[in-house]
Design a protein around this ligand. Structure first.
Ligand code: UDP
Length: 254
């Protein structure tokens, strides 16, 4: 079969032209980067796990009425998605202090926040994804006030739902990053959840021991990186059926 046309290659994913107009194929790589790509590596089986975890979480979210770009998983490493116009913002939600919040403001890592915080970062690798305020976003036209209202409402629903879902399997959802896109249908525009939701862009800690099960294991050289991602999938009850052997299997199968 002829390989599909590649449209974009990012740090962890590749986008191919989809089988029908308005669709794309999202391919999950094992490549991992951190600190604005200054640290690079491979996490064996990460792409397979993130594809499955993101499918699961996006499907659960769609069931409660959160619109997403996800259509269906095609194989171990690929999923079919709707083509959207990506809004150039990373929307970060925090429930517990960690990462850049702790380092910038001196709030001890692990301190539960009195209420959830939403932050915006401008998606621009050259600038290192700087944090921005609503003022910058509307002033430079990255999103309108209405877009932002929609994004905040969706983000809060996603946070409430995922916090409960993860707590149910003994995991604290510390923080995570979302991306949104504009989807046009019959001249009408809707904001939908895009990108992925996986241990690459969530901080997930064991609710009892505080052990990290996310990309911080890679960022901070904590070891057992693959095991952390696998444990998240295992607790969600979605570890690929053939077990870890499946993770290094054929890169693409139809
Ligand atoms: N995050 C992400 N992509 C980024 C930056 C952050 O997915 O480019 C996620 C990260 O995994 C964490 C949350 O957003 O779950 C908050 O990240 P933080 O601002 O603490 O940045 P970090 O210290 O991880 O660079």
């Amino acid at each position: 079969m002829a390989r599909r046309r590649q449209l974009y290659e990012g740090k962890a994913k590749i986008l191919f032209e989809g089988p029908e107009p308005g669709t794309l194929v999202q391919y999950f790589k094992d490549d991992a980067t951190a600190f604005n790509a200054q640290k690079k590596g491979t996490i064996t089986g990460k792409g397979v796990l993130n594809n499955r975890i993101s499918e699961y979480l996006m499907t659960r979210l769609a069931e409660i009425g959160v619109p997403t770009h996800f259509i269906r998983r095609l194989n171990m490493r690929e999923q079919l998605i709707r083509e959207v116009e990506i809004i150039p913002l990373e929307v970060v939600v925090r429930n517990v202090a960690a990462g850049s919040l702790s380092s910038r403001l001196g709030i001890p890592e692990g301190q539960r926040l009195p209420r959830s915080i939403i932050e915006y970062y401008y998606k621009n690798d050259q600038l290192g994804d700087p944090m921005v305020a609503e003022e910058h976003i509307t002033c430079f036209g990255w999103a309108s006030t209405q877009d932002l209202d929609d994004m905040v409402a969706l983000t809060l629903r996603v946070n409430d739902f995922l916090t409960g879902l993860f707590l149910g399997v003994g995991i604290t959802l510390v923080d995570f990053k979302l991306e949104f896109g504009r989807l046009w249908e019959n001249e009408e525009m809707r904001i939908v959840l895009a990108d992925e939701i996986s241990p690459d862009n969530c901080r997930l800690w064991d609710a009892k021991t505080g052990e990290k099960m996310d990309k911080d294991r890679f960022r901070r050289d904590l070891g057992k990186v693959e095991e952390g991602y696998q444990e998240v999938a295992r607790r969600l009850g979605i570890l690929p059926e053939a077990g870890p052997r499946d993770m290094t299997g054929p890169e693409s199968m139809q």
